[in-house]
Design a binder for this molecule. Sequence first.
Ligand code: NAD
Length: 321
Amino acid sequence: MLIVPEREIADLMTREAAFDAVEKVFAAMASGDAYNFPVVREAIGHEDALYGFKGGFDRAGLTLGLKAGGYWPNNLEKRGLINHQSTVFLFDPDTGKASAMVGGNLLTALRTAAASSVSIKHLAREDAKVIGMIGAGHQAKFQLRAALEQRDFEKVIGWNLHPEMLPNLQEVADEAGVPFEVVELDGMVEADVIISITSSFDAILGADQVSPGTHIACMGTDTKGKQEVDPQLLVKADVFTDEVAQSISIGEAQHAVAQGLIVETDIAQIGAVINGTNPGRISDDQITLFDGTGVGLQDLAVAAAVVDLAVEKGIAIEVDF
Ligand code: NAD
């Protein structure tokens, strides 16, 4: 069995490798070659922790495994550790033997950013120039950094409930040499691409705050009850997702579906666009919305990629198991 510790991931994994892995696995999901197992998420009654597993099997990439982990809210204050903790375990699909254990913390951020980037590549207008960010936390930086590579963006605009976090976006925009401006939510009409990545439980972005032709990636809503946009926006938009079952239960579409505004069959898999079986964007004034709920197969795909890179560089730790 191979071990790739968390400390090695930053030097091994690239945004490009994460993008390729996620794009491939989304395609495999849409063609029926890969599927996710039901998600387990439990409040364990200890340290206020939320713990769970996300797993799946990709028959095309021969990747079988799970990500185990969750959220320990007291970690930082009590122990100086980050609150989100996860580890990916891979298994040999031919034998069931454990094949790898990989640090999952940085990989989670990279695979989540890769998902919105894949949606931008396949659904945003080619001439998109302004990217709008709603959210300015840990994930927002990864999201923006990856998204800026997908189009020739000339400006970043940002809004966040907690304005003191906005310098996070400024930092990434500066890195890329793109001007950054703080806006009110009404200012989002200027954006050609919008990413929302917050922990909100109420709609932030209104349906009238999005211009025709915009692509929106809703990335924060990954749990029942969370919400980032007005459900009417999902009526106005063509809706795509990583996995329809998650989109309607824990993703942004849960609200529009619960209110009877849209139905499950209104939502398409992004993998179908990648595979060419769904046309995706068909006009310049269409609004497209990607509901990125985060699936276990994304974690397995990036973990498998990092194991390959670690083996190539002679960094993977081999243990007899
Ligand atoms: P973070 O704590 O670093 O940042 C939280 C962000 O949400 C900040 O911008 C904060 O201002 C904003 N926020 C907090 N409460 C809010 C409220 N009530 N209304 C509006 N905004 C609010 O968190 P993070 O690590 O950046 O994660 C952001 C979100 O992304 C979380 O909800 C997390 O569960 C989700 N997430 C999704 C995926 C996925 O695959 N879809 C993966 C990882 C994380």
